[in-house]
Ligand binder design. Structure first.
Ligand SMILES: [Zn+2]
Length: 131
């Protein structure tokens, strides 16, 4: 590639790499630019490679993914904690509520970024070559 913008039209888009970049909240194309300008609001375009990021359609999938993962990890631990240690309701609430909230808020932008990366890799929605 000798053109000055190596990201203009990549021939092959690696979905594992773009999902990984999105999970790290980076642009799925270059992996350097920030994906978000806020907690969950994607930038209109990448600061590094000028990829138009407005074409994603993550919709409701990131919350579903987040709930599925966090629920399957935290709920069995909470139930095991209850079964083996029989803690009071207050201590269960004090322990598991912050863990649930922190895990959810940590994972939600990452699952959305991974989904945006997957959409970019498969040229879905606004990420098609002719979009
Ligand atoms: Zn970029």
């Amino acid at each position: 590639m000798t053109d000055k913008n190596a990201y203009s039209l990549p021939m092959k888009r690696s979905w594992p790499k773009s999902i990984s970049r999105g999970f790290r909240k980076k642009c799925p194309q270059c992996g350097r630019g920030s994906l978000y300008k806020g907690y969950l609001k994607p930038n209109a375009q990448c600061d590094e490679c000028s990829l138009n990021l407005s074409g994603h359609q993550a919709d409701d999938a990131p919350p579903y993914i987040t709930m599925m993962i966090v629920g399957h990890l935290v709920i069995p631990l909470a139930l095991a904690h209850r079964q083996f240690f029989d803690p009071s309701l207050t201590s269960q609430f004090a322990i598991w509520t912050p863990i649930l909230l922190l895990a959810t808020f940590w994972l939600l932008p990452r699952s959305k970024g991974a989904l945006i990366g997957l959409q970019w890799a498969h040229r879905m929605h606004g990420f098609a070559d002719n979009a």
